[in-house]
Ligand binder design. Structure first.
Ligand code: FEO
Length: 165
């Protein structure tokens, strides 16, 4: 059985994952109307789906442990970006905030002596390591590319396979 503190903290994470999904969906919609960004568009749509999956996994866990997962209200995300680089900077910032939040949850689970939740959260700890790395890799590449259009063309092509690196 989840403690009230643990349940509230997990529900806050449900909201954060939902908000992440919404933020990446907005990035995808923005990218889709830019010329020549098919790879980037797919990447953001896929990422929005992944965040929804992270949210659903939490919802099932909370409910299965005798709690009640609360479906949250969402804020309007940022809708437009001055460049692909800016969008990816936002993505990295967002992922770092999610990592902090997951680490807080792990901390709460230990304080509550809730080892089942602690164990469950390890999947998120690993996932965040991968997501941060991917976001950093994208930012590094975009930093190198700068304003070079042919570089951006290659980035858009390569991002289709980057997650399998
Ligand atoms: Fe579910 Fe990218 O954090």
């Amino acid at each position: 059985m989840l403690s009230k503190i643990m349940q509230d903290a997990l529900n806050a994470q449900v909201a954060m994952e939902a908000q992440s999904s919404q933020a990446y969906l907005a990035m995808a919609s923005w990218a889709e109307i830019q010329p020549g960004l098919k790879g980037v568009t797919n990447f953001f749509f896929k990422h929005a789906d992944e965040e929804r999956m992270h949210m659903l996994k939490l919802i099932h866990f909370i409910n299965e442990r005798g709690g009640f997962a609360v479906v949250p209200a969402l804020q309007q995300p940022v809708l437009t970006f001055v460049s692909v680089k800016k969008a990816f900077e936002e993505l990295l910032k967002h992922e770092l905030a999610v990592s902090n939040s997951i680490n807080e949850l792990v901390d709460i689970a230990l304080k509550e002596k809730d080892y089942a939740t602690h164990n469950f959260l390890q999947w998120y700890v690993m996932e965040q390591m991968e997501e941060e790395k991917l976001a950093r890799d994208c930012n590094d590449k975009l930093e190198m590319i700068g304003d070079d259009k042919s570089g951006l063309y290659l980035f858009d092509r390569d991002i289709m396979t980057m997650e399998n690196d």
